[in-house]
Design a protein around this ligand. Sequence first.
Ligand SMILES: Nc1nc2c(c(=O)[nH]1)N[C@H]1C(S)=C(S)[C@@H](COP(=O)(O)OP(=O)(O)OC[C@H]3O[C@@H](n4cnc5c(N)ncnc54)[C@H](O)[C@@H]3O)O[C@H]1N2
Ligand code: MOO
Ligand SMILES: [Mg+2]
Length: 418
Amino acid sequence: MVEIRKPIPVAHAVELVMKHAYPLGNEEIPLENAYGRILAEPLLAKHDVPPFDRSPYDGYAIRSEDTDGASGDSRVPFRVIGEIGAGHVADRPINKGEAFRIMTGALIPENANAVVMFEQTVETKDAFTIRKPFSKGENISFKGEDAKDGELLIDAGALIHPGTIALLATFGYAHVNVAKQPVVGILSTGTELLNVDEELVPGKIRNSNGPMIMAQLDRMGIDYKSYGMHADDLDSCAQMVAQAIEETDVLITTGGVSVGDYDHLPLIYERLGAKVLFNKVAMRPGSVTTVAVLDKKLLFGLSGNPSACFTGFELFTRPAILTMMGADKPYMPRMTAELSEDFQKPNPFTRFVRAIWESTPDGVVARPAGFNKSSAVSSIARGNCIIVLPSGTRGFTVGMKVDILLLGAEQGVADWVL
Ligand SMILES: Nc1nc2c(c(=O)[nH]1)N[C@H]1C(S)=C(S)[C@@H](COP(=O)(O)OP(=O)(O)OC[C@H]3O[C@@H](n4cnc5c(N)ncnc54)[C@H](O)[C@@H]3O)O[C@H]1N2
Ligand code: MOO
Ligand SMILES: [Mg+2]
Protein backbone atom coordinates (compact mmCIF):
# COMPACT_ATOMS: atom_id res chain seq x y z
CA MET A 1 0.00 0.00 0.00
CA VAL A 2 1.40 3.33 -1.00
CA GLU A 3 1.80 5.85 1.77
CA ILE A 4 -0.47 8.90 1.39
CA ARG A 5 1.44 12.01 2.43
CA LYS A 6 -0.13 15.24 3.58
CA PRO A 7 1.44 18.31 1.98
CA ILE A 8 2.22 21.27 4.21
CA PRO A 9 2.47 24.90 3.02
CA VAL A 10 5.93 26.08 1.96
CA ALA A 11 6.07 28.79 4.62
CA HIS A 12 5.31 26.23 7.31
CA ALA A 13 8.01 23.91 5.99
CA VAL A 14 10.54 26.76 6.01
CA GLU A 15 9.56 27.59 9.58
CA LEU A 16 9.97 23.98 10.72
CA VAL A 17 13.44 23.71 9.20
CA MET A 18 14.55 27.04 10.62
CA LYS A 19 13.45 26.02 14.12
CA HIS A 20 15.99 23.22 13.93
CA ALA A 21 18.86 25.24 12.48
CA TYR A 22 20.97 25.46 15.64
CA PRO A 23 23.93 27.83 15.89
CA LEU A 24 27.28 26.10 16.30
CA GLY A 25 29.24 28.62 18.37
CA ASN A 26 31.95 31.02 17.32
CA GLU A 27 35.61 30.97 16.30
CA GLU A 28 38.43 33.40 15.57
CA ILE A 29 39.71 33.31 12.01
CA PRO A 30 42.28 35.35 10.09
CA LEU A 31 40.84 38.40 8.33
CA GLU A 32 41.90 37.09 4.92
CA ASN A 33 39.59 34.08 5.38
CA ALA A 34 36.62 36.08 6.64
CA TYR A 35 34.87 36.92 3.36
CA GLY A 36 31.44 35.27 3.31
CA ARG A 37 31.43 34.48 7.02
CA ILE A 38 29.05 35.99 9.57
CA LEU A 39 30.09 38.49 12.26
CA ALA A 40 29.66 36.87 15.67
CA GLU A 41 29.80 40.14 17.56
CA PRO A 42 28.87 43.71 16.72
CA LEU A 43 31.58 45.70 14.99
CA LEU A 44 32.37 48.80 17.07
CA ALA A 45 34.74 51.55 16.00
CA LYS A 46 38.00 51.11 17.93
CA HIS A 47 39.03 54.67 17.15
CA ASP A 48 37.91 57.65 15.12
CA VAL A 49 37.96 57.34 11.32
CA PRO A 50 39.82 59.17 10.00
CA PRO A 51 42.06 59.12 13.06
CA PHE A 52 43.27 62.71 12.43
CA ASP A 53 42.20 65.79 10.50
CA ARG A 54 43.59 65.34 7.00
CA SER A 55 43.67 66.91 3.60
CA PRO A 56 41.16 65.66 1.02
CA TYR A 57 43.14 67.34 -1.79
CA ASP A 58 46.61 67.98 -3.09
CA GLY A 59 47.14 71.66 -2.32
CA TYR A 60 48.18 74.04 0.43
CA ALA A 61 47.30 73.99 4.12
CA ILE A 62 46.58 77.53 5.30
CA ARG A 63 44.95 79.56 8.06
CA SER A 64 41.51 80.65 6.81
CA GLU A 65 41.79 83.95 8.67
CA ASP A 66 44.70 84.87 6.38
CA THR A 67 42.39 84.75 3.35
CA ASP A 68 40.06 87.57 4.47
CA GLY A 69 39.35 90.03 1.69
CA ALA A 70 40.86 87.90 -1.08
CA SER A 71 39.37 88.60 -4.50
CA GLY A 72 40.28 88.59 -8.18
CA ASP A 73 41.44 92.19 -7.91
CA SER A 74 43.14 91.74 -4.63
CA ARG A 75 44.86 88.36 -4.55
CA VAL A 76 46.25 87.27 -1.21
CA PRO A 77 49.80 85.87 -1.14
CA PHE A 78 51.15 82.95 0.93
CA ARG A 79 54.69 81.81 1.60
CA VAL A 80 55.34 78.07 1.29
CA ILE A 81 57.36 76.80 4.25
CA GLY A 82 57.55 73.11 3.50
CA GLU A 83 55.82 70.03 2.15
CA ILE A 84 53.81 67.21 3.78
CA GLY A 85 53.23 63.98 1.89
CA ALA A 86 50.67 61.41 3.13
CA GLY A 87 52.26 59.49 5.98
CA HIS A 88 54.43 62.43 7.01
CA VAL A 89 53.81 65.14 9.58
CA ALA A 90 54.70 68.83 9.51
CA ASP A 91 57.85 69.74 11.42
CA ARG A 92 56.32 72.94 12.78
CA PRO A 93 53.05 74.89 13.06
CA ILE A 94 52.16 77.53 10.47
CA ASN A 95 51.99 81.22 11.26
CA LYS A 96 50.36 84.20 9.61
CA GLY A 97 50.75 84.21 5.83
CA GLU A 98 52.40 80.77 5.74
CA ALA A 99 51.34 77.58 4.01
CA PHE A 100 52.49 73.98 3.72
CA ARG A 101 52.24 72.10 0.46
CA ILE A 102 50.08 69.17 1.54
CA MET A 103 49.07 65.99 -0.25
CA THR A 104 45.78 64.10 -0.09
CA GLY A 105 45.61 62.06 3.11
CA ALA A 106 48.32 64.01 4.97
CA LEU A 107 47.77 65.24 8.53
CA ILE A 108 46.78 68.91 8.69
CA PRO A 109 49.60 70.86 10.36
CA GLU A 110 49.08 72.70 13.60
CA ASN A 111 47.29 76.09 13.24
CA ALA A 112 46.11 75.29 9.69
CA ASN A 113 42.32 75.07 9.26
CA ALA A 114 41.70 75.07 5.50
CA VAL A 115 43.15 73.59 2.33
CA VAL A 116 43.45 75.33 -1.03
CA MET A 117 43.58 73.03 -4.05
CA PHE A 118 46.57 73.59 -6.34
CA GLU A 119 44.11 74.46 -9.09
CA GLN A 120 42.82 77.42 -7.04
CA THR A 121 46.23 79.10 -6.83
CA VAL A 122 48.66 80.99 -8.98
CA GLU A 123 52.04 79.56 -8.01
CA THR A 124 55.50 81.07 -8.05
CA LYS A 125 58.63 79.58 -6.53
CA ASP A 126 58.00 79.13 -2.76
CA ALA A 127 54.81 81.22 -2.89
CA PHE A 128 51.30 81.40 -4.34
CA THR A 129 48.27 83.69 -4.37
CA ILE A 130 44.56 83.00 -4.08
CA ARG A 131 41.53 84.95 -5.24
CA LYS A 132 38.84 83.99 -2.73
CA PRO A 133 38.43 83.82 1.02
CA PHE A 134 38.35 80.37 2.68
CA SER A 135 36.21 79.51 5.67
CA LYS A 136 37.43 77.71 8.74
CA GLY A 137 37.33 73.96 8.07
CA GLU A 138 37.04 74.36 4.30
CA ASN A 139 38.48 71.33 2.49
CA ILE A 140 39.37 69.44 5.66
CA SER A 141 38.49 65.79 6.27
CA PHE A 142 37.73 65.83 9.96
CA LYS A 143 38.85 63.28 12.53
CA GLY A 144 35.89 60.98 13.21
CA GLU A 145 33.69 62.20 10.33
CA ASP A 146 33.39 58.64 8.95
CA ALA A 147 33.14 56.77 12.26
CA LYS A 148 33.38 57.80 15.90
CA ASP A 149 35.36 55.89 18.49
CA GLY A 150 33.00 53.35 20.12
CA GLU A 151 30.24 53.77 17.54
CA LEU A 152 28.26 50.64 16.59
CA LEU A 153 28.95 50.23 12.88
CA ILE A 154 27.72 46.76 11.92
CA ASP A 155 25.45 44.39 13.84
CA ALA A 156 26.35 40.83 14.76
CA GLY A 157 24.78 38.44 12.26
CA ALA A 158 25.84 40.48 9.24
CA LEU A 159 27.55 38.84 6.33
CA ILE A 160 31.19 39.85 5.95
CA HIS A 161 31.52 41.27 2.44
CA PRO A 162 34.40 43.23 0.90
CA GLY A 163 33.22 46.45 2.53
CA THR A 164 33.09 44.78 5.94
CA ILE A 165 36.60 43.46 5.35
CA ALA A 166 37.77 47.03 4.67
CA LEU A 167 36.19 48.22 7.92
CA LEU A 168 37.67 45.34 9.94
CA ALA A 169 41.10 46.08 8.46
CA THR A 170 40.69 49.78 9.29
CA PHE A 171 40.40 48.89 12.98
CA GLY A 172 43.23 46.38 12.96
CA TYR A 173 41.21 43.20 13.23
CA ALA A 174 43.85 40.71 12.04
CA HIS A 175 41.49 38.06 13.42
CA VAL A 176 37.71 38.16 13.37
CA ASN A 177 35.20 36.50 15.65
CA VAL A 178 32.78 34.70 13.35
CA ALA A 179 30.10 32.05 13.76
CA LYS A 180 31.28 28.50 12.98
CA GLN A 181 30.19 26.89 9.74
CA PRO A 182 28.49 23.53 9.76
CA VAL A 183 30.25 20.52 8.29
CA VAL A 184 28.07 19.61 5.34
CA GLY A 185 28.00 16.22 3.61
CA ILE A 186 26.58 15.39 0.17
CA LEU A 187 25.49 11.95 -0.94
CA SER A 188 23.80 11.24 -4.27
CA THR A 189 21.66 8.12 -4.28
CA GLY A 190 20.54 6.21 -7.36
CA THR A 191 21.51 2.96 -9.08
CA GLU A 192 21.06 4.78 -12.40
CA LEU A 193 23.84 7.26 -11.69
CA LEU A 194 27.10 7.46 -13.61
CA ASN A 195 30.10 9.61 -12.83
CA VAL A 196 30.65 12.71 -14.95
CA ASP A 197 33.43 11.01 -16.91
CA GLU A 198 31.50 7.82 -17.70
CA GLU A 199 29.90 6.93 -21.05
CA LEU A 200 26.13 6.71 -21.19
CA VAL A 201 24.64 3.21 -21.28
CA PRO A 202 20.92 2.36 -21.56
CA GLY A 203 18.96 3.24 -18.42
CA LYS A 204 21.72 5.28 -16.84
CA ILE A 205 22.31 9.02 -16.53
CA ARG A 206 25.18 11.08 -15.23
CA ASN A 207 25.00 12.42 -11.68
CA SER A 208 24.26 16.10 -12.05
CA ASN A 209 22.76 16.77 -8.61
CA GLY A 210 25.97 16.03 -6.70
CA PRO A 211 28.10 18.54 -8.62
CA MET A 212 25.22 21.05 -8.64
CA ILE A 213 24.81 20.96 -4.84
CA MET A 214 28.57 21.27 -4.40
CA ALA A 215 28.44 24.43 -6.50
CA GLN A 216 25.44 25.73 -4.55
CA LEU A 217 27.55 25.28 -1.39
CA ASP A 218 30.60 26.80 -3.08
CA ARG A 219 28.50 29.82 -3.91
CA MET A 220 27.83 30.17 -0.16
CA GLY A 221 31.50 29.68 0.70
CA ILE A 222 30.73 26.43 2.54
CA ASP A 223 33.14 23.48 2.60
CA TYR A 224 31.65 20.05 2.21
CA LYS A 225 32.48 16.37 2.40
CA SER A 226 31.43 14.46 -0.65
CA TYR A 227 30.17 10.94 -0.03
CA GLY A 228 29.93 10.36 -3.77
CA MET A 229 27.17 8.26 -5.28
CA HIS A 230 25.45 5.29 -3.80
CA ALA A 231 23.27 2.62 -5.45
CA ASP A 232 19.70 2.15 -4.20
CA ASP A 233 20.56 -0.70 -1.85
CA LEU A 234 18.79 -0.26 1.48
CA ASP A 235 21.34 -1.77 3.85
CA SER A 236 24.52 -0.35 2.39
CA CYS A 237 22.86 3.00 1.75
CA ALA A 238 21.63 3.11 5.37
CA GLN A 239 25.14 2.35 6.53
CA MET A 240 26.58 5.09 4.36
CA VAL A 241 24.03 7.61 5.62
CA ALA A 242 24.73 6.62 9.25
CA GLN A 243 28.46 7.09 8.76
CA ALA A 244 27.97 10.41 6.98
CA ILE A 245 25.76 11.70 9.81
CA GLU A 246 28.50 10.82 12.32
CA GLU A 247 30.90 13.05 10.42
CA THR A 248 28.69 16.02 9.60
CA ASP A 249 26.29 18.62 11.05
CA VAL A 250 24.16 18.72 7.92
CA LEU A 251 23.70 15.86 5.50
CA ILE A 252 22.27 16.48 2.07
CA THR A 253 21.13 13.45 0.11
CA THR A 254 19.60 13.55 -3.33
CA GLY A 255 17.05 11.08 -4.67
CA GLY A 256 15.12 8.24 -3.08
CA VAL A 257 12.60 10.27 -1.07
CA SER A 258 9.39 9.52 -2.96
CA VAL A 259 7.24 6.39 -2.76
CA GLY A 260 9.04 4.17 -5.29
CA ASP A 261 10.30 0.66 -4.56
CA TYR A 262 13.87 1.95 -4.42
CA ASP A 263 13.16 5.17 -2.57
CA HIS A 264 14.90 4.13 0.63
CA LEU A 265 15.44 7.40 2.47
CA PRO A 266 12.12 7.30 4.40
CA LEU A 267 13.02 3.87 5.77
CA ILE A 268 16.59 4.92 6.47
CA TYR A 269 15.36 7.86 8.57
CA GLU A 270 13.06 5.51 10.43
CA ARG A 271 15.84 2.99 11.10
CA LEU A 272 18.14 5.74 12.37
CA GLY A 273 15.41 7.10 14.64
CA ALA A 274 15.51 10.49 12.93
CA LYS A 275 12.48 12.72 13.38
CA VAL A 276 10.94 13.60 10.00
CA LEU A 277 9.80 17.24 10.03
CA PHE A 278 7.91 16.87 6.75
CA ASN A 279 7.95 14.69 3.67
CA LYS A 280 5.53 16.54 1.42
CA VAL A 281 5.42 20.26 0.70
CA ALA A 282 2.69 22.02 -1.25
CA MET A 283 5.15 23.15 -3.89
CA ARG A 284 6.29 22.13 -7.32
CA PRO A 285 8.98 21.20 -8.03
CA GLY A 286 10.26 19.65 -4.83
CA SER A 287 6.99 18.39 -3.36
CA VAL A 288 8.72 15.29 -2.00
CA THR A 289 11.49 17.27 -0.27
CA THR A 290 11.96 15.60 3.09
CA VAL A 291 13.72 17.09 6.09
CA ALA A 292 14.58 15.13 9.22
CA VAL A 293 16.53 15.84 12.41
CA LEU A 294 18.75 13.55 14.41
CA ASP A 295 20.77 14.68 17.44
CA LYS A 296 20.51 18.34 16.41
CA LYS A 297 21.73 17.45 12.93
CA LEU A 298 19.71 18.37 9.90
CA LEU A 299 19.13 15.78 7.20
CA PHE A 300 17.95 17.18 3.89
CA GLY A 301 16.40 14.53 1.67
CA LEU A 302 16.30 16.49 -1.56
CA SER A 303 14.44 15.07 -4.51
CA GLY A 304 16.34 13.29 -7.27
CA ASN A 305 14.69 15.36 -9.97
CA PRO A 306 17.24 18.11 -10.72
CA SER A 307 14.94 21.14 -10.67
CA ALA A 308 13.29 19.86 -7.49
CA CYS A 309 16.70 19.21 -5.95
CA PHE A 310 17.93 22.69 -6.84
CA THR A 311 14.78 24.39 -5.54
CA GLY A 312 14.73 22.37 -2.31
CA PHE A 313 18.30 23.44 -1.62
CA GLU A 314 17.65 27.15 -2.23
CA LEU A 315 14.38 27.23 -0.25
CA PHE A 316 15.31 25.08 2.74
CA THR A 317 18.96 24.04 2.93
CA ARG A 318 20.54 27.39 2.18
CA PRO A 319 18.68 29.47 4.80
CA ALA A 320 19.15 26.72 7.39
CA ILE A 321 22.92 26.59 6.81
CA LEU A 322 23.14 30.39 6.86
CA THR A 323 21.22 30.47 10.15
CA MET A 324 23.49 27.79 11.65
CA MET A 325 26.46 29.95 10.70
CA GLY A 326 24.93 32.95 12.43
CA ALA A 327 23.33 34.95 9.60
CA ASP A 328 20.45 37.27 10.44
CA LYS A 329 19.34 37.56 6.80
CA PRO A 330 19.24 34.00 5.48
CA TYR A 331 16.57 34.25 2.78
CA MET A 332 16.84 35.00 -0.91
CA PRO A 333 16.08 38.64 -1.74
CA ARG A 334 12.75 39.21 -3.46
CA MET A 335 11.64 41.62 -6.14
CA THR A 336 8.47 42.21 -8.07
CA ALA A 337 8.68 41.70 -11.82
CA GLU A 338 6.33 41.80 -14.75
CA LEU A 339 5.84 38.48 -16.45
CA SER A 340 7.04 38.79 -20.04
CA GLU A 341 5.74 35.40 -21.20
CA ASP A 342 2.58 33.46 -20.42
CA PHE A 343 2.85 30.59 -17.97
CA GLN A 344 -0.37 28.73 -18.42
CA LYS A 345 -0.08 25.65 -16.21
CA PRO A 346 -2.60 25.60 -13.38
CA ASN A 347 -1.09 25.68 -9.90
CA PRO A 348 -2.64 23.43 -7.28
CA PHE A 349 0.64 23.89 -5.36
CA THR A 350 2.89 26.96 -5.14
CA ARG A 351 5.01 26.80 -8.26
CA PHE A 352 8.66 27.84 -8.36
CA VAL A 353 9.62 28.53 -11.95
CA ARG A 354 13.25 28.79 -12.93
CA ALA A 355 13.41 32.07 -14.77
CA ILE A 356 15.44 34.93 -16.15
CA TRP A 357 14.98 38.48 -14.89
CA GLU A 358 16.30 41.59 -16.49
CA SER A 359 15.87 45.30 -16.07
CA THR A 360 14.30 47.08 -19.04
CA PRO A 361 13.34 50.73 -19.61
CA ASP A 362 9.81 49.67 -18.58
CA GLY A 363 10.92 48.03 -15.34
CA VAL A 364 11.98 44.60 -14.18
CA VAL A 365 10.65 41.74 -16.28
CA ALA A 366 10.95 37.99 -15.79
CA ARG A 367 10.29 35.06 -18.08
CA PRO A 368 10.45 31.30 -17.54
CA ALA A 369 13.83 29.85 -18.51
CA GLY A 370 12.42 27.15 -20.79
CA PHE A 371 11.46 23.51 -20.13
CA ASN A 372 10.23 23.73 -16.57
CA LYS A 373 9.32 20.27 -15.34
CA SER A 374 10.66 18.99 -12.04
CA SER A 375 13.08 16.82 -14.02
CA ALA A 376 14.49 19.78 -16.00
CA VAL A 377 18.20 20.53 -15.99
CA SER A 378 18.35 23.03 -18.87
CA SER A 379 16.18 25.68 -17.21
CA ILE A 380 18.28 25.59 -14.04
CA ALA A 381 21.28 26.42 -16.18
CA ARG A 382 19.55 29.31 -17.94
CA GLY A 383 17.84 30.81 -14.89
CA ASN A 384 19.02 33.63 -12.67
CA CYS A 385 15.93 33.75 -10.45
CA ILE A 386 12.86 31.82 -9.41
CA ILE A 387 9.37 33.10 -10.18
CA VAL A 388 6.90 32.29 -7.41
CA LEU A 389 3.40 31.51 -8.63
CA PRO A 390 0.97 31.10 -5.73
CA SER A 391 -1.20 28.01 -5.49
CA GLY A 392 -4.85 28.03 -6.49
CA THR A 393 -4.34 29.88 -9.75
CA ARG A 394 -5.13 28.82 -13.30
CA GLY A 395 -2.00 30.18 -14.86
CA PHE A 396 -0.36 33.49 -15.52
CA THR A 397 -0.33 35.81 -18.50
CA VAL A 398 2.03 38.43 -19.87
CA GLY A 399 1.99 41.69 -17.94
CA MET A 400 0.99 40.21 -14.57
CA LYS A 401 3.06 41.17 -11.56
CA VAL A 402 4.92 38.27 -9.96
CA ASP A 403 7.34 37.81 -7.08
CA ILE A 404 10.82 36.65 -7.99
CA LEU A 405 13.51 35.24 -5.71
CA LEU A 406 17.04 36.25 -6.66
CA LEU A 407 19.62 33.49 -6.93
CA GLY A 408 23.24 33.88 -5.93
CA ALA A 409 22.79 37.15 -4.03
CA GLU A 410 25.62 37.86 -1.64
CA GLN A 411 23.28 39.41 0.90
CA GLY A 412 19.86 38.14 1.79
CA VAL A 413 16.78 39.31 3.68
CA ALA A 414 15.58 38.65 7.20
CA ASP A 415 12.08 37.33 6.56
CA TRP A 416 10.39 34.69 4.49
CA VAL A 417 7.29 36.50 3.24
CA LEU A 418 5.51 34.56 0.53
N1 LIG B 1 3.67 7.49 -7.30
C1 LIG B 1 4.34 8.63 -7.18
N2 LIG B 1 5.44 8.78 -7.89
C2 LIG B 1 6.16 9.93 -7.78
C3 LIG B 1 5.71 10.94 -6.92
C4 LIG B 1 4.54 10.73 -6.17
O1 LIG B 1 4.11 11.59 -5.39
N3 LIG B 1 3.91 9.55 -6.32
N4 LIG B 1 6.41 12.10 -6.86
C5 LIG B 1 7.10 12.46 -8.06
C6 LIG B 1 7.87 13.63 -7.83
S1 LIG B 1 6.97 15.05 -7.67
C7 LIG B 1 9.21 13.64 -7.81
S2 LIG B 1 10.04 15.11 -7.68
C8 LIG B 1 10.01 12.40 -7.89
C9 LIG B 1 10.98 12.35 -6.73
O2 LIG B 1 11.74 11.24 -6.79
P1 LIG B 1 12.84 10.89 -5.73
O3 LIG B 1 13.18 12.08 -4.93
O4 LIG B 1 12.43 9.67 -5.02
O5 LIG B 1 14.13 10.67 -6.60
P2 LIG B 1 14.52 9.38 -7.46
O6 LIG B 1 13.36 8.49 -7.59
O7 LIG B 1 15.75 8.85 -6.90
O8 LIG B 1 14.84 10.08 -8.83
C10 LIG B 1 13.88 10.86 -9.51
C11 LIG B 1 14.44 11.29 -10.88
O9 LIG B 1 15.62 12.04 -10.70
C12 LIG B 1 16.73 11.43 -11.35
N5 LIG B 1 17.93 11.62 -10.52
C13 LIG B 1 18.11 11.07 -9.30
N6 LIG B 1 19.32 11.42 -8.81
C14 LIG B 1 19.89 12.19 -9.74
C15 LIG B 1 21.14 12.82 -9.82
N7 LIG B 1 22.05 12.76 -8.81
N8 LIG B 1 21.45 13.55 -10.92
C16 LIG B 1 20.54 13.64 -11.94
N9 LIG B 1 19.33 13.06 -11.91
C17 LIG B 1 19.01 12.33 -10.85
C18 LIG B 1 16.34 10.00 -11.43
O10 LIG B 1 17.06 9.30 -12.42
C19 LIG B 1 14.85 10.09 -11.69
O11 LIG B 1 14.62 10.37 -13.05
O12 LIG B 1 9.20 11.27 -7.79
C20 LIG B 1 8.00 11.34 -8.59
N10 LIG B 1 7.33 10.10 -8.50
O1 MOO C 1 8.58 16.90 -5.99
MO1 MOO C 1 8.32 16.93 -7.53
O2 MOO C 1 9.69 17.88 -7.80
O3 MOO C 1 7.12 18.13 -7.04
O4 MOO C 1 7.95 17.53 -9.01
MG1 LIG D 1 11.98 7.98 -6.49
